[in-house]
Design a protein around this ligand. Structure first.
Ligand code: NAG
Ligand code: NAG
Ligand code: NAG
Ligand code: NAG
Ligand code: NAG
Ligand code: NAG
Ligand code: NAG
Length: 403
């Protein structure tokens, strides 16, 4: 049946005027072997690494050592976060630390260095972001001052991480719906236009939850107006710690990473614009009963570790506790010890996500954050930056060992 169909199609093709091109795809030595120009290769995948400036505030044992910055693993490093000044509605001058100089030095290695505005903390004052986007004159002034700020400080692009239009701090309001949603896209469109002349890139970081996206984002409009979208495909538990959960599931029951990507594709985003978030942090829980050590069991937020924040631990801390390690196929991994339980991405989880990104010709992978991977290579004994390396290798990028 199949063979007959193929023969029929072949006959049809041969009889039409494009026969020359069709036969030339199976050249024999006697034929003119010039084939049509192959399609241009896709742009190389991105490895977008956020750097958290608060890594400099950690105590000595967990503080990020700037001399360990990865010189050639990330294609983009995003300095986070700058904050928005609530009165002038421009980027706050005091947002940048003395660590910036080391980050900017990465430009000499070919890394693109970008500034991110917002983040969860600054978005607690979402009202100021809303005021800025919802007034055309203020937007224009914001763009003018931002271009100047980025150029003065030698950044190559801006990333916007307002959490979130319409859904301030995760709570969506009907009253804000049309204004925030439409004017956020207007801001991006105007920024993009304003940035072209100065060759500055524009990206956004977005919620992975469909419940937020449906209210906050005109997905097609956003994707059209930015260079790429950083999907924050982690923390699906949105910081609620009522039961154990794998916080950055690959697949499985929604919501999951694949689920979020599919939603953005369905709503009109080009695959190459989608950059998939991969966490180098784990979400930690204290189990109600130590024997309830699987996902979906009652639990509360885990005790603070070296990152000084309850409920969160760095990969370089988790990897040293291999007891009771479990992997749920195609979903993710977790570790338990006594009444402590951690959901994490290990090397295998990152490899799987990287393979998926490559297979689906997405834009690349995004790491939150480079300073919670095993940057020194001394904790996990898997080399320096084992998770970022796994992402790079999985995407098929040239393997560049960090000396
Ligand atoms: C093959 O054909 C193209 C035009 O169709 C011509 O330009 C080219 O010179 C030919 N090459 C050979 C090796 O005959
Ligand atoms: C980080 O540390 C510096 C210096 O100790 C301090 O001024 C700043 O407030 C700290 N920032 C945060 C967010 O903890
Ligand atoms: C940071 O790393 C450098 C080079 O490995 C080392 O000389 C220095 O002592 C480290 N600093 C801290 C505070 O650990
Ligand atoms: C930041 O500094 C620039 C140049 O000194 C100044 O024009 C601008 O008003 C300052 N911005 C804020 C928010 O203070
Ligand atoms: C957070 O997640 C919980 C459980 O999935 C859900 O009930 C709650 O509405 C979410 N909160 C926000 C602000 O999205
Ligand atoms: C634009 O900036 C990128 C880095 O972000 C750089 O690679 C590229 O060469 C620049 N292009 C021009 C025309 O300056
Ligand atoms: C990627 O594609 C290969 C070849 O088709 C397939 O074997 C593999 O399962 C895919 N992996 C993922 C994670 O999609």
């Amino acid at each position: 049946m199949e063979k007959i169909f193929i023969a029929f199609v072949a006959a049809l093709l041969l009889s039409c005027s494009h026969a020359q091109e069709v036969t030339s795809t199976t050249p024999s030595p006697s034929q003119n072997t010039s084939t049509p120009a192959p399609p241009p290769p896709p742009p190389p995948a991105k490895v977008v690494c956020y750097y958290n400036k608060l890594s400099q505030n950690r105590s000595d044992a967990t503080k990020f050592n700037l001399t360990d910055l990865p010189k050639s693993l990330c294609t983009h490093v995003i300095y986070s976060f700058a904050t928005l000044d609530p009165s002038s509605l421009s980027i706050q001058n005091g947002s940048l630390g003395s660590d910036l100089e080391s980050i900017l030095a990465l430009k000499q290695e070919g890394v693109k260095v970008i500034l991110s505005l917002g983040g969860r903390g600054d978005s607690l004052e979402s009202e100021k972001f809303s005021r800025m986007v919802n007034n055309g004159k203020i937007r224009t002034e914001f763009i003018r001052s931002t271009v100047r700020f980025l150029r003065d400080h030698h950044f190559q692009g801006l990333d916007i991480n307002w959490e979130y239009p319409v859904c301030w701090n995760g709570y969506c309001s009907k009253n804000r719906k049309h204004a925030d949603r439409n004017n956020f896209v207007n801001l991006l469109g105007e920024l993009h236009k304003g940035f072209v002349f100065y060759n500055l890139s524009l990206s956004v970081a977005v919620s992975p939850l469909q419940s937020i996206a449906d209210e906050a984002y005109d997905i097609a409009g956003i994707a059209h107006n930015v260079d790429w979208v950083n999907l924050m495909t982690f923390d699906y538990t949105n910081g609620t710690f009522v039961e154990t959960a794998i916080h950055s599931p690959f697949k499985g029951p929604p919501p999951s990473t694949v689920d979020t990507v599919n939603h953005w594709l369905l709503k009109g985003a080009h695959p190459r614009k989608l950059v998939v978030g991969i966490p180098t942090f784990g979400r930690t829980f204290t189990l109600a009963k130590p024997e309830w050590n699987v996902p979906g069991k009652p639990a509360t937020k885990g005790a603070a570790t070296g990152l000084n924040e309850a409920g969160i631990a760095a990969y370089f801390e988790i990897c040293t506790e291999p007891d009771n390690y479990q992997r749920e196929k195609d979903i993710g991994s977790y570790i338990s010890k006594g009444d402590q339980w951690v959901s994490l991405d290990d090397i295998k989880d990152v490899q799987l996500k990287a393979e998926y990104i490559k297979n689906s010709t997405l834009g690349g992978g995004m790491i939150w954050t480079l300073d919670t991977d095993d940057f020194s290579g001394t904790s996990c004994k898997q080399g320096k930056y084992p998770l970022i390396q796994a992402l790079r290798n999985g995407l098929g990028l040239e393997n560049k060992a960090e000396a």
